[in-house]
Structure formats: structure tokens, C-alpha cells
Design a protein around this ligand. Structure first.
Ligand SMILES: *Cc1c(COP(=O)(O)O)cnc(C)c1O
Length: 395
């Protein structure tokens, strides 16, 4: 139709990867629930395996429904292609497995999504990979941790659950100067709010379980990259390791993706009401949210993000026990891990999502015992505020 790559993000969210089905004209791409695809004759089969014919072979290697989703995310992130993954962790492991080997080293944000850090410290370590975790909110810490054998700089910004930001442009320069690749886990922002490839990152990945799908009904991930040769390497590992997507899963994520802009706008507007409310509440000790002027990197947020997002971390006066009172008494946010869905969720990272990280390391990463993570959803802001107020009054 038109050159979608020149359109604004909200148009891309609705139309990227959307092509009416060539067979039937169906506007919503059908679920191609087939494990394998017929070749017309022996030559066509040979051409597909040789890559001369782009048609489908077998669903682990590519599926028409998944193609549409991959095309959509690649377009939004500015990648040359994308790889749908069975989960966010399947996407993370595709990147680690493709780029790391015996003797290689990773520099990563210290407060990563728990399992993204734990697999490096346990499983990859068994294969001779070492990792240094740093407070990447100061890019100099990343520069200092670089070694000749560093192959990957791996960032989460905003970090989970501390909501510290990392300067993507500065880290892209550091990685390039050190001969390493830069990968950013962009789950907390979605491509709507932050596009790391445009800032010099080589690889971007998402847990699509969160904002991209947005309906708390699918687990999925995706990887995209800027350079076609790097993308080919990632694709080969991804398809052979087998963490690929099922077409039904792809269809659900595509359906969720189309309302990403609406959902993000609402959840972000709610967050911009709730964060100052919490900050001014006498029972709240501190609030971390990139949209608050008090956030130490408020200016960086404005320069590399198109909005502050919809996750707020805060500590309640009285520490963990007081925090538990809030978590146990709110009625609208559900006590559950995950984020980025239409409904608000609340959790306690030190005993839940980040419990696998030893306490001393958690403390060093500022994942304090009093930290409560609120993933703001699309409910009415006044209802959410009244609910938090009531729960805080119970302390
Ligand atoms: C949830 C999450 C992951 C892992 O994704 P799954 O879909 O649960 O496997 C990775 N990174 C971040 C930042 C996440 O929030």
C-alpha cells in the first residue's frame, strides 16, 4: 500500500506486518496451524532448502502467521528481521547462545530480569562463559568492566525492578570500541517508547508476554537485529535450538499488538497520576519512576525514551512488613508477577521475581527488601489512587 517505514509509530503499531491473506483476502491473518508445508515438486523443495525460494518448509523454520508478527516488530524496531520466540527467556538464550562460547565474557546490567542474570551465573558458566554485572546507569562502569574477551554488552533500561536508566548511545560506543555487540532488553518500553537500534544497539529483544501482547494470556518473546549477517547467525541458532513460536501464540500476540499504543497511553497516563500521588504520600519512603522530576535520570529518560512507561517502584515506610500490608490489601492490582497487561499487577521482587539472586547481590543492585513493584494497568486512575490510599492507610 504505502511505505509504512515512513509513517509514525501509532500507524506502524496498527498496520506493520499486516497484509491481507493472499489466498482468501482475510484482513486478520489466519492461524496457519500446520507443522509442515507441501512442495509442488522436488525442485521447489530443493529451492526452499537452498534459500532460493522464500516459501515455507516446516513451522520451526518459519510459519506464515509468525512471519506477520516478525515483520511487524522488525519494522517498529528498525531491524532487518525478527525471530519469534516461545518465551522472552527463549529470546534471551538465543542471543546468549549465538554470541557466547568458551572463554567469552559478558558485561551486563546488575539488576537484570532475574533468570537473564541467573542463567549466565549458573548455566553459561558451566561452558566457560564469565559475566560482570555492573550498575550500568553510569556508563563508565560498563567501560571499566570491558575485557579483550568481552563479546556482549547486555542491558536492560529501565532496569527491572529498580527503574534505573542506562545511556544506550554511550554504551553502543563503548561496546563498539571494545569489539563487542550491544543487546538491549526493551521489554519495559516496547518499540513505542524506545528504539535501541536507532541509538546504536546491535540487537533488541522483548518478552512479548508483557506490553506487546498486553493481555496476560500469552508467554512469548522476540529478537531483532540491525545487521543482516548477525541476524542470519541468530536465526540459525534460534531455529536449531528450537525455542521458536507456535502460530496460535503468534496470532494472539498480533491481536494484542494492534492496541499497544492505546494501552500504553492509558497505562502511562495513569502512572503519571499515581507516581506523584505516591511520592507525596506520608507513608511512602521513596518512589522510582522515570516520569518524576525526582528520578536521578529524568533528563536521560526524556532524551532516549518517548515516554516514561507504566512501571513504578516504591518503598513504604516500615520496610517489608509495611509493604506486605499494602500488597495484601489493595483490591484492584492483582498480586502477581509480570507487567504490561491491561490490568494492574503488584509484587515484591526480593521475595518473588528476584529471590533467586543472593541477598548481598540484590542489595548491591539496590533491589531492597522494601521495594514494591507496581505495574500500572488501564483501569481508571482515580479508582487506582483511592485503592492505594486505602491500603496505605492500613499500615
Ligand atoms: C518477563 C521478562 C523476561 C522474560 O520473559 P518470559 O516471557 O517470561 O520468558 C525478560 N526480560 C524482562 C525485562 C522481562 O520483564
Amino acid at each position: 500500500m504505502h511505505d509504512l517505514s515512513k509513517m509514525r509509530m501509532h500507524t506502524k503499531v496498527v498496520h506493520a506486518g499486516q497484509r491481507p491473506d493472499p489466498e482468501t483476502g482475510a484482513v486478520s491473518i489466519p492461524i496457519y496451524q500446520s507443522s509442515t508445508f507441501r512442495f509442488r515438486d522436488a525442485d521447489e523443495g530443493a529451492d526452499r532448502f537452498a534459500g532460493r525460494d522464500p516459501g515455507h518448509i516446516y513451522t520451526r523454520l518459519g510459519n506464515p502467521t509468525t512471519d506477520h508478527l516478525e515483520e511487524a516488530i522488525a519494522l517498529m524496531e528498525g531491524g532487518c528481521g525478527a525471530l519469534g520466540a516461545a518465551s522472552g527467556m527463549a529470546a534471551v538464550n538465543t542471543v546468549y547462545f549465538a554470541l557466547l562460547g568458551q572463554g567469552s565474557h559478558v558485561v551486563a546490567t546488575e539488576s537484570l530480569y532475574g533468570p537473564s542474570r541467573m542463567v549466565l551465573e549458573t548455566e553459561y558458566k558451566r561452558y566457560g562463559v564469565s559475566a560482570t554485572f555492573v550498575d550500568s546507569s553510569d556508563a563508565q562502569n560498563v567501560a571499566r568492566a570491558m575485557r579483550p574477551e568481552t563479546k556482549l554488552v547486555y542491558l536492560e533500561t529501565p532496569s527491572n525492578p529498580t527503574l534505573k536508566l542506562t545511556d544506550i548511545r554511550a554504551c553502543a560506543d563503548i561496546a563498539r570500541a571494545g569489539g563487542a555487540l550491544l543487546c538491549v532488553d526493551n521489554t519495559f518500553c516496547s518499540p513505542l517508547l524506545q528504539r535501541p537500534l536507532e541509538m546504536g544497539a546491535d540487537i533488541v529483544l522483548h518478552s512479548m508476554t508483557k506490553f506487546i501482547n498486553g493481555h496476560t494470556d500469552v508467554v512469548a518473546g522476540i529478537v531483532t537485529a540491525r545487521d543482516p549477517e548477525l541476524f542470519k547467525r541468530l536465526a540459525k541458532v534460534h531455529k536449531n535450538m528450537g525455542g521458536t513460536m507456535d502460530p496460535h501464540q503468534s496470532w494472539l500476540v498480533l491481536r494484542g499488538l494492534r492496541t499497544l499504543a492505546l494501552r500504553m497511553e492509558k497505562a502511562q497516563a495513569n502512572s503519571l497520576i499515581l507516581a506523584p500521588f505516591l511520592e507525596n504520600h506520608p507513608k511512602v519512603a521513596w518512589v522510582r519512576y522515570p516520569g518524576l522530576a525526582s528520578h536521578p535520570q529524568h533528563a536521560l529518560a526524556a532524551s532516549q525514551m518517548d515516554g516514561p512507561g507504566a512501571v513504578i517502584s516504591f518503598g513504604v515506610r516500615g520496610g517489608l512488613e509495611a509493604g506486605k500490608t499494602v500488597i495484601n490489601n489493595v483490591r484492584i492490582p492483582t498480586l502477581a508477577v509480570s507487567l504490561g497487561g491491561i490490568e494492574s499487577l503488584i509484587e515484591h521482587p526480593a521475595s518473588m521475581t528476584h529471590a533467586g539472586i543472593p541477598q548481598a547481590e540484590r542489595k548491591a543492585a539496590d533491589i531492597t527488601d522494601d521495594l514494591v513493584r507496581l505495574a500500572v494497568g488501564c483501569e481508571d486512575a482515580a479508582d487506582l489512587q483511592a485503592d492505594l490510599e486505602r491500603a496505605l492507610d492500613m499500615i
